[in-house]
Design a protein around this ligand. Sequence first.
Ligand code: ATP
Ligand code: MG
Length: 444
Amino acid sequence: MEYSSSVAPVNESDKVKILLVDDQRAKLLSYEVILAGIGETLIKASSALEAFECLLKNEVALILIDVCMPDLDGFELAVMIREHPRFQRTGIIFVSAVMTANLDQLRGYELGAFDYVPVPVVPEVLRAKVKVFIDLHRKTRQLERLNAELEQRVRERSAALRRFNEQLERRFEERTREREKALEQLFEAQKMDTIGQLTGEVAHDFNNLLMTVLGNLTLLQKRLPEDPESRHLLHNAVQGGQRGASLAQRLLAFSRRQELQPVSVDIGELVSDMRELLTRALGFGIDLKCQFPSTLPPVLVDANQIELALLNVALNARDAMPGGGRLIISASEETQYSGAADSPLPPGDYVRIKIVDTGVGMDEATRAKATEPFFTTKDPGMGTGLGLSMVHGIAAQSRGLLRIDSAPNIGTSVELWLPQSNTRTESAGRRICDVRAIPGVNVL
Ligand SMILES: Nc1ncnc2c1ncn2[C@@H]1O[C@H](COP(=O)(O)OP(=O)(O)OP(=O)(O)O)[C@@H](O)[C@H]1O
Ligand SMILES: [Mg+2]
């Protein structure tokens, strides 16, 4: 029983539905004629139950209800409508020919009616009233839509703001961490520099004194008569002096005050030349593996000092693997880009030598102190604590870097970053370092 008005003041999709409820067909038709001109969709129902069914099936904006109907009257229909949660705010206009007393009207309003129109209906008045309520309905819907849109936008903005805030917090934390790390590195570098300067000066004077002592002892060795006991004493004195000189050399290396003679060196060749010495130094039970790419570019270093450094690292690995293990020495080409976070190396091309052992490893506290001069975990007399300090000094003086990673009971990885050389290698004439100067190497 649906009827659409021919006059269309609004788009088809914008039209609202008005439900006309009356048991008398003639009255329904008359309402229909009156309201045809307002351009909305009119639906008719001839009983309260039919009206309720229509309501459930349609999105109705306004209901015109005849108060006097058989079975369920208009008031009872209004009660049913208002009790349904979906229709709490649906507009109701009562139309009545008989129950027009004030009390009846009052009851109608109490039941949630918007208006109470007496019959005979004045067409203009009914049209005007319906228009006002439809207008109100439209404005309310519009407001609801705007409200929903606004809420959605607020939700979106809040989410974006929350994301932005989280991003900011993350960035702030990152920056703080970076800054703390940089400060820590700076502090560590300054500390090492200060210790280096102090030890460097002491080692320098100490070295000069020892040179004088050793020089005189050597002269004395030539002049001393052939007395075995005196010669034995002199020999001990020379050995002590040499050990002292070696110590002074390590200190000088740590404080970067050695006289380096940097030349272009092929690291693969250098380690290959050292292999026999390394195998001997490592002793039985430690498997040595060397892996070098044939295309490895040369580095600009003092070859003897690098040999000393590698030997020191290998000896530490040996001491960390008393029950045997594996030592892998490898190298790779690396590039340090400008602005690379977390690295004190200047930008450029490097060769990274990596020495990895499967030894006892170090906890974080030991690792952090390992390069400090005189830091040792070895028993008294077993280590000077100058090995890694020296390696650190040699790497730094060569414009490179020493980096140590370690995990207790897993092993240690020592990296030596050395700057690549632009010239050809000069291997000819190089000699293997004087291992007698290194404590812990038994020369057979
Ligand atoms: N490969 C390694 N595995 C486990 N610990 C290591 C390793 N290398 C170094 N360390 C730790 O770092 C400390 C300092 O090493 P460093 O070479 O400077 O001195 P040292 O070996 O104790 O003495 P020296 O080198 O005079 O024999 C060591 O005592 C040890 O605790
Ligand atoms: Mg050592």
